[in-house]
Design a binder for this molecule. Structure first.
Ligand SMILES: NC(=O)C1=CN([C@@H]2O[C@H](COP(=O)(O)OP(=O)(O)OC[C@H]3O[C@@H](n4cnc5c(N)ncnc54)[C@H](O)[C@@H]3O)[C@@H](O)[C@H]2O)[C@@H](O)CC1
Ligand SMILES: Nc1ncnc2c1ncn2[C@@H]1O[C@H](COP(=O)(O)OP(=O)(O)O)[C@@H](O)[C@H]1O
Ligand SMILES: [K+]
Length: 505
């Protein structure tokens, strides 16, 4: 799914209005129906809605939603700043429609102090959407701060008011703090970044049937990975196949005290479906690996740390989990890197050893996949002020080095050598534990070995990792789920993917 800027979304609305064609007031009605439907389907406990409306079309949506919720049996009140202010045309039409309904009262912001926000009341925020042009001030700032102090459940229409959609948030002191954001048609970029993500709560994207023709024809540099994209990448296993069909993985991982990382990466590679899996690890990991992963073959690369990277180019190598940065490991790894020309998956200590000298970057084979977390990224490429800047630096570096960068985060970003970005929306905070990254390395190495392109490997692999984590958190909770549980849920994800490829009889 492409991510569009606020300006592109405005053009998308206009394109739909003139090409469908549909009057703009009808498009607002469509958007509002989607919101009112979501609320009535999901909010069973809260029977009263208090809707805060601005003067633009976001406010217009709010006014229309108020009417629809009332018709669905909710008690509804509407707050506006000042009825005498200029409203957008469509907001005004909806305001007139509302006046015909005697059961809804229209109040002023100054009435908040005397208003009864009981625990069955939900607050709906329709102050500003994609038309926000500056930070909130004056009455708007005051009302948002007052609402944020309330314990009631809070729902934003399209965008939490005060949150810019396309640039990093600067004025953090005044943004509506939503529990749920019901956003129209596509993700807004800021929702996917940690600095702003905290204001959106859970995001639901509501389909309001904006023109498909526009979406297909307009180029976007930023995308969200959706099921449609995953289904176009995933290849079910062929019945007439053999282990040679699915590639050879070489996990290069582990050192004394960190053999577990090699186990996790190896198990993930096996469970993702590689034909043959080998692990190059120090001898101290021999019994551990052979016992915990009997399907994998063992190569010894040293006693307590790897000091011999003797690997065939017909293997797909994933290097880094638990490797350590012993000087002998480093020397041997950098020598290996200089002579190796096939794409690699580079993670953790492999990245840390490269980052000791920026000259090492040029030894990374083209089309390799680098999987840094924010700190590893900083060691490799330098400090940035925020996650937007970090992503822009990653785009520059991916182009310069012709590599894929998997920038790990709550919403991990995949950047290809053209600088295009794919945000992942599977995964959860249950992954915020040591070992989660080792699993990702195993998954990516396995997919690349099986013949997926580098780009498809990154997109499918990061999505799989997150999806398996979502299944694990449902079973065990975010607190208790372990990386091993994530590996064990890979099977459920593949079952679901395979089911989606089956043709109905
Ligand atoms: N255009 C369309 O056809 C559709 C628009 N939709 C809704 O329309 C919204 C966008 O509407 P608008 O473009 O009217 O924009 P908004 O309603 O987000 O706000 C724009 C108005 O607020 C003012 N404003 C901006 N920042 C301000 C600030 N900090 N303090 C005070 N005033 C400020 C602007 O001058 C303008 O009058 C979307 O978010 C969505 O909710 C939906 O109804 C779907 C269809
Ligand atoms: N809060 C979170 N939400 C979603 N994914 C997360 C979260 N925290 C961590 N992850 C994911 O877990 C993995 C952690 O990787 P990393 O930090 O390298 O772990 P380790 O090196 O300990 O194995 C990454 O894929 C990251 O995207
Ligand atoms: K809003």
């Amino acid at each position: 799914m492409k991510i569009f800027t606020a300006e592109q979304i405005r053009a998308w609305d206009q394109f739909t209005i003139s090409h469908e064609p549909v009057p703009s007031i009808q498009l607002m009605e469509r958007a509002s129906i989607a919101v009112a439907h979501w609320i009535s389907e999901n909010c069973k406990y809260h029977r009263k809605a208090v809707v805060f409306c601005g003067n633009g079309n976001n406010g217009g949506d709010g006014i229309a939603v108020a009417r629809m919720l009332y018709q669905k049996g909710f008690d509804v009140d509407v707050f506006v700043n000042n009825l005498k202010e200029k409203f957008s045309h469509d907001a005004l039409v909806n305001l007139k429609r509302l006046r015909d309904i005697s059961g809804i009262s229209i109040k002023k912001f100054s009435d908040i102090d005397d208003y009864n926000f009981d625990d069955k009341t939900m607050i709906v925020d329709a102050l500003f959407g994609t038309g926000l042009s500056r930070s909130l001030e004056g009455e708007y700032k005051e009302v948002v701060n007052q609402l944020n102090a309330k314990k009631n459940i809070k729902i934003s229409i399209d965008v939490p008011s005060g949150l810019p959609t396309d640039k990093i948030i600067e004025n953090k002191d005044c943004v509506f703090n939503a529990d749920y954001t019901l956003s129209f048609q596509s993700w807004k970029r800021t929702f996917l970044h940690p600095e702003a993500g905290e204001y959106t709560g859970k995001v639901f994207i509501l389909d309001i049937d904006l023109s498909k023709e526009y979406a297909e024809s307009v180029a976007a540099e930023y995308n969200v990975i959706d099921d449609h994209l995953i289904d176009s990448i995933f290849q079910p296993r062929k019945e007439f196949s053999h282990k040679g069909t699915y590639g050879k993985v070489m996990m290069i991982a582990g050192s004394y005290g960190k053999v577990g990382a090699a186990v996790l990466a190896t198990k993930s590679a096996l469970k993702t479906g590689a034909g043959l899996t080998f692990t190059l690890a120090p001898e101290c990991g021999y019994e551990i690996l052979q016992t915990s992963c009997p399907e994998a073959m063992f190569f010894a690369g040293g006693k307590e740390h790897i000091e011999n990277f003797d690997v065939d180019e017909n293997m797909t190598c994933g290097i880094g989990p638990g490797l350590g940065t012993h000087p002998q490991t480093e020397k041997s790894f950098l020598n290996f890197l200089k002579g190796y020309n096939t794409p690699l998956i580079l993670d953790a200590d492999a990245l840390n050893m490269i980052s000791k000298d920026s000259k090492n970057l040029k030894f990374i084979p083209e089309k390799s996949i680098l999987t840094p977390h924010p700190k590893e990224f900083e060691r490799l490429f330098g400090k940035t002020d925020n996650s937007f800047d970090r992503l822009e630096l990653a785009r520059e570096k991916a182009k310069e080095l012709h590599v894929y960068i998997v920038l790990k985060d709550h919403h991990t970003q995949i950047i290809n050598p053209k600088g295009e970005v794919y945000y992942n929306i599977t995964g959860n905070a249950g992954l915020a534990k040591g070992g989660s990254g080792d699993i990702l390395t195993g998954i990516l190495t396995s997919l690349l070995a099986q013949g997926y392109s580098e780009e498809d490997t990154c997109i499918l692999g990061v999505w799989l990792h997150g999806k398996a984590a979502d299944f694990a958190s449902e079973k065990y909770s975010k607190e208790s789920m372990l990386p091993t549980d994530v590996i064990n849920e890979l099977g459920s994800v593949f079952k679901e993917l395979n089911k989606r490829t089956e043709k109905d009889l």
